[in-house]
Design a protein around this ligand. Structure first.
Ligand code: 5GP
Length: 193
């Protein structure tokens, strides 16, 4: 998506350790007009899928998931990072290793909000090693629901997540794929798609 690539080039900051900071329009301040264009693009890409729910993970996936959901006309469920895992059987849970903090979280979703009839589109802001997506896929499958697709704003193609998820045979669409970036020069290379 050209608009997103241009914005990343203009306002993204390449950090050491393979981290791309996009706080000025995606992860802290949010450019809602850009979100709306991204939401429209997700709808176009998944127009052939009969999606009835969007699943994301707190916190940074929630904004884009909500705007995308308006284009699909469906509700959003966000998986919660739990302090202590609830063992009363009311939730599905999984463990996710955070790329940005290195910690492992228990992540939960209430059994009330994902059911076997659901046809789910997973949305998130970034794809790096794929841990967040593996956890979300696990939650959906624990509920007996179907993952119809995954929509990502920015995939870092030089990290293994994209390959890992595509190998599972899940349809993954990333609006921008960064194949290389240099923390010293600030240069960013996008994959042609
Ligand atoms: P993964 O689980 O794929 O390794 O990492 C995905 C999560 O880590 C995303 O939900 C996102 O919040 C965060 N993340 C990973 N890489 C980056 C990055 O380069 N920049 C930012 N801002 N967040 C990232």
């Amino acid at each position: 998506m050209k608009l997103l690539e241009e914005r990343i080039r203009r306002d993204g900051v390449v950090k050491a350790g393979g981290v791309l900071k996009v706080d000025s329009f995606l992860n802290h301040q949010m450019d809602v007009e850009l979100f709306n264009e991204m939401g429209k693009e997700f709808k176009r890409l998944f127009a052939d899928k009969n999606i009835n729910k969007i699943l994301t993970i707190e916190a940074s996936g929630i904004g884009i998931a909500c705007i995308a959901a308006q284009h699909f006309g469906v509700p959003v469920v966000f998986a919660k990072k739990a302090q202590s895992i609830n063992i009363d059987g009311e939730v599905y849970s999984t463990k996710i290793q955070s790329f940005t903090h290195g910690k492992v979280y228990d992540v939960i979703v209430s059994k009330k909000y994902i059911t076997p009839e659901d046809r789910i589109l997973i949305i998130d802001d970034f794809l790096a090693n794929g841990c967040a997506l593996e956890g979300l896929i696990d939650l959906v499958r624990s509920a007996g629901a179907a993952v119809e697709g995954i929509g990502i704003c920015i995939e870092k193609g030089f990290q293994p997540g994209g390959e890992l998820i595509r190998q599972k045979g899940v349809r993954l669409e990333s609006l921008a794929i960064v194949d290389d970036m240099n923390a010293e020069t600030g240069e960013i290379k996008f994959r042609q798609q």
